[in-house]
Design a protein around this ligand. Sequence first.
Ligand code: GLU
Length: 284
Amino acid sequence: MTGAFVTRFAPSPTGYLHRGHAYSALCAFEAARAANGRFILRIEDIDRTRCRPEYEAAIYEDLAWLGLDWEHPVRRQSDHMADYGAALRDLSERGLTYRCFRTRREIAEAIEQAPHGAMEAFRGHPLPPDEEERRVEAGEPYAWRLSLDAARRALGGFDHLVFTEEGQGPNGEYGLIQARPELGGDVVLARKDVGVAYHLAVVVDDAGQGITHVIRGQDLFEAVHVQRLLQALLALPTPVYRHHGLLTGPDGRRYAKRDRAQTLRELRASGMTPRALRTELGFG
Ligand code: GLU
């Protein structure tokens, strides 16, 4: 019988997996095994311009080489755009979003001119309805942003937004943590080019797939502040979070997709065995 523990590894097929991905995937896989739970692989491919089928094929091949197995069929985010669209419509119909026509450059300038300088998270403003209508009709591209002010009003404040961290945030955050959605500003829920953005797709999928434990790298710890808010607004359950430390190379920098020598396929080509890699990563 499987326990009530469901976790996932959710890579984006924008490059080959490296040691850091192997570590993250093993953390989730082994946690599921220890809990007699389920391990899910999810392909986060909403950005069709950056994702490539050969990288997706390599994810399956590399993870199988590492000794992992996962449930089928694998959920591919690009197959579920309608789900994200429905969530966005729900938020929009409740007045929680607004169209943002600003370009990247305009946003960078707005942040620079803000009183707190570059640290200020972006906060835009809904346009007056007639101007908005004119620009939509003129075919100008826009992103959908979540309005923090409207969200705060809808929820009667953010004080009750808490989550449980069983791993550790980058500053040692642990235990019951107060979410601070204002850190993220008015986040983009749907990108101009793609029609959805990371945070919205992730909360819809985590809930839809019944994820009870999100196990991932500390680089995504700050994302919980926004994701917790979206869960509250969409009446979705909040999983437990376990963020793990990031592996660093000999130069002290974390592994990234640019480190080609550290991709799992390069390691494999150089004769490394999956057993040796697992041992090196602490899963001997
Ligand atoms: N797709 C994200 C990445 O490639 C991970 C998303 C998540 O684990 O929430 O880093």
